[in-house]
Design a protein around this ligand. Structure first.
Ligand SMILES: [Zn+2]
Length: 104
């Protein structure tokens, strides 16, 4: 089964989201002293995104966004929705695999 870059981003988000919510519940109810684990998981997610979730063509992190505010172009990170195109080279993540192969 081949996943597009965009689907992979979604899966990664679901996996880490579930992990985070699960351990947050665990920390809240059973082990309040383990709260730092949550920050560790967030840091891990950030690390994973910055290493794996990159544009296969140009290497730009897929969550990098660019927009123009008052005629000043700003680059920022994140956003709620999943990115569809690479901000730098315009590659369509929904039609490309993680290895840069085109999907039908
Ligand atoms: Zn790119």
């Amino acid at each position: 089964m081949t996943m597009s870059m965009r689907e992979l981003a979604m899966v990664v988000r679901i996996v880490f989201g579930t992990l985070l919510v699960g351990s947050a519940a665990l920390v809240a109810w059973l082990r309040p002293r383990l709260a730092p684990v949550l920050f560790l998981e967030l840091a891990l997610y950030g690390l994973f995104v910055s290493i794996v979730m990159r544009c296969p063509r140009c290497g730009t992190i897929i969550y990098k966004r660019r927009s123009t505010i008052a005629e000043v172009e700003v680059t920022f990170w994140g956003g709620v929705g999943l990115p569809r195109h690479c901000v730098k080279c315009g590659l369509d993540f929904a039609k490309t695999t993680r290895f840069g192969e085109p999907l039908e």
